[in-house]
Design a protein around this ligand. Sequence first.
Ligand SMILES: Nc1ncnc2c1ncn2[C@@H]1O[C@H](COP(=O)(O)OP(=O)(O)OP(=O)(O)O)[C@@H](O)[C@H]1O
Ligand SMILES: [Mg+2]
Length: 459
Amino acid sequence: MDKRLPLLIVEDDAALLKQLKWSLSDHECVTASDREQAIAQVRRHTPAVVTLDLGLPPEPDTPEVGFAVLREVLALAPDTKVIVMTGQNDRANALKAVALGAYDFLAKPVEPEVLTLTLERAYRLFELQQENQRLAASSAGNTLGNLITGDAEMLRLARMTEKVAVADASVMILGESGTGKELFARALHDLSSRKRGRFVAINCAAIPETLLESELFGYEKGAFTGAARQTQGKIESAHKGTLFLDEIGDLPLALQPKLLRFLQERSIERLGGREAIAVDVRVVCATHREPKAQIAAGQFREDLYYRLAEIVLSIPPLRSRVGDTNLLAHHFVRKYTAANKRGSMSLGPDAIEAIEAHAWPGNVRELESAIKRAVIMSERNLIQANDLGLPTSEGKSAVLNLSAIRERAEREAVVRALARSNGNVTRAAELLGVSRPTLYDLMARAGLRGGDAERPEPS
Ligand SMILES: Nc1ncnc2c1ncn2[C@@H]1O[C@H](COP(=O)(O)OP(=O)(O)OP(=O)(O)O)[C@@H](O)[C@H]1O
Ligand SMILES: [Mg+2]
């Protein structure tokens, strides 16, 4: 186990605290003797393990303050393992603590060997869980086949997709054009129990209104002029598989009640047919429009929307994903140099800057085709901004200056903490898990001023 992970000892009896600290001295120990200190230490260190004395001031003879601390610790640091220390004969409270989420309990006086063993198990579990979370986060990309991302929101959507895939619920995927909606739709199919069935896609915006109905529902021979033979529609051909209705926001109003009827009855009638054919499909749809606005404007039926959008996945645009533009750019360079059998190529610094400065309104699709074109056209092995059709950003210093990024993040956190604490510096420092002098330093660096009453005493 990694003894460098912090251990927080919460104990109001000074002598006992000293003794515990001494016997656990090979751990990275921090201590607290009351509720406020305990919470401040948790904010500051996010300990792996906490030993918590249930009887704390101002009511050391009841477990209430201890329970309150336990709740707060678990709310702040859900993975932290809390070992509760209770009096002899205090089994009821020990059990209650475990019910509240404590990892384990020990009765005082605690035998050193028992404490060591319990701690070891708690550390072990904490580390295992951290490891699992790391694995889950890094494997999300793999399970979703071709999805390249390091962005937290995209990874959350990937995990959600894995969960949702196995349910038969209808899914609506929203997002600007080129954000990867179809990628998610295919993942929903590939990760579902229908993966051996067909994935049938139909683009509602690409087919003229007059043909769309027969495309969707199929027709019998002689249903209309030119209907030479019986033909299956897309819905029917997706039987036992997934039906992907792309650009659903462009489905003509006249067809909307017909689609709704299918979703309610799960059967269709071909055009010119009289027989109801039962169809078992999972419906996934996508649109770059805003369905809520379309409903308000009377362009989309609300009842149909709720049938289609049992689950909604909102894919963020590329410009709001952290780090992804760069990641994808390099990925596409590798992909297209391999496909075009070119020797290794790379992105020059001005290309990288230009890529990061561009807003990519066409999202991943636009980025992909820009790189593809550059790989084909560039005569050198170093791709430059103008190979990508992007302006060279002159004078703009590197966006990847770590200290500048850190400063910006720090300033934001400080401003937020001060806002939340109503300008109270002591409280804001607690929220941030830093000391008051440190916060004053941060504020000075960020050009922020604290309330006058709270100026630090000159030392
Ligand atoms: N995160 C990603 N990683 C790798 N490739 C991606 C990613 N997102 C999108 N792509 C690729 O970008 C292209 C566009 O994606 P896709 O067709 O899924 O977007 P879309 O949202 O359906 O776009 P549109 O609204 O224009 O139909 C595809 O070639 C897809 O493989
Ligand atoms: Mg698409």
